[in-house]
Design a protein around this ligand. Structure first.
Ligand SMILES: O=P(O)(O)OC[C@H]1O[C@H](OP(=O)(O)OP(=O)(O)O)[C@H](O)[C@@H]1O
Ligand SMILES: Nc1ncnc2[nH]cnc12
Length: 177
């Protein structure tokens, strides 16, 4: 799969001058790696209080983003993994249906939330994560991904603005849907 750098296309997030000087002025590091570039997107949400991530690869990025944003981190889990009172959302992806859960008290009502994961494909799982955040009566500021399979148009399903660092296939491969 050939990856195309999408940073230049993300004008929404680059409308301010994120030069090294600007990053220093904001007390942040300049963007040098995937997490820092995701941070560029997440920093567009200066009011983010919570970073929520989907299992399992989202947990690789979520805590780092949360630390950098001085926000809390909330893991969304597959059903049956969390104790206590839970919200549950069904989600559908390319190869079946499953359920995500979140602890009812994990995200305070009215919180501003960034949702992060590694890949946006059909958008089914990210949409499910978004539903859980909405059940907590919190606001989704944006979705952040390292990579997007554009041809699946997953972003059209999502409940808030979507930022991806890399875009993969723009069309489906021969023999696949
Ligand atoms: O946009 P979608 O079609 O929903 O697909 C994207 C999801 O699929 C992958 O997770 P996977 O199913 O491999 O789960 P895991 O990270 O728990 O292994 C990926 O890490 C995303 O979470
Ligand atoms: N089509 C796909 N290719 C690679 N990773 C994926 N994760 C979910 N769907 C995927």
């Amino acid at each position: 799969m050939v990856m195309r750098n999408k940073i230049d296309a993300s004008t929404k997030y680059m409308k301010e001058d994120w030069s090294t000087d600007a990053w220093i002025e904001h007390g942040r590091l300049p963007p040098q790696g995937p997490v820092n570039v995701l941070l560029t997107a997440a920093m567009a949400c200066e009011t983010a209080g919570i970073v929520a991530a989907q299992p399992r690869k989202g947990f690789l990025f979520g805590p780092t983003l949360a630390l950098a944003l001085d926000a809390g981190f909330v893991p969304i889990r597959k059903k049956g993994k969390l104790p206590g009172e839970l919200y549950r959302a069904a989600y559908t992806k390319e190869y079946g249906e499953d359920f995500f859960e979140i602890q009812v008290e994990s995200i305070p009502e009215g919180s501003n939330v960034v949702i992060v994961d590694d890949i946006l494909a059909t958008g089914g799982s990210a949409r499910g994560a978004g539903q859980l955040v909405q059940m907590c009566k919190a606001n989704i500021l944006e979705f952040c991904f390292v990579m997007e399979l554009d041809f699946l148009k997953g972003r059209d399903k999502l409940q808030a603005d979507t930022f991806t660092l890399l875009s993969g296939q723009t069309e489906s491969l021969k023999g696949s849907k």
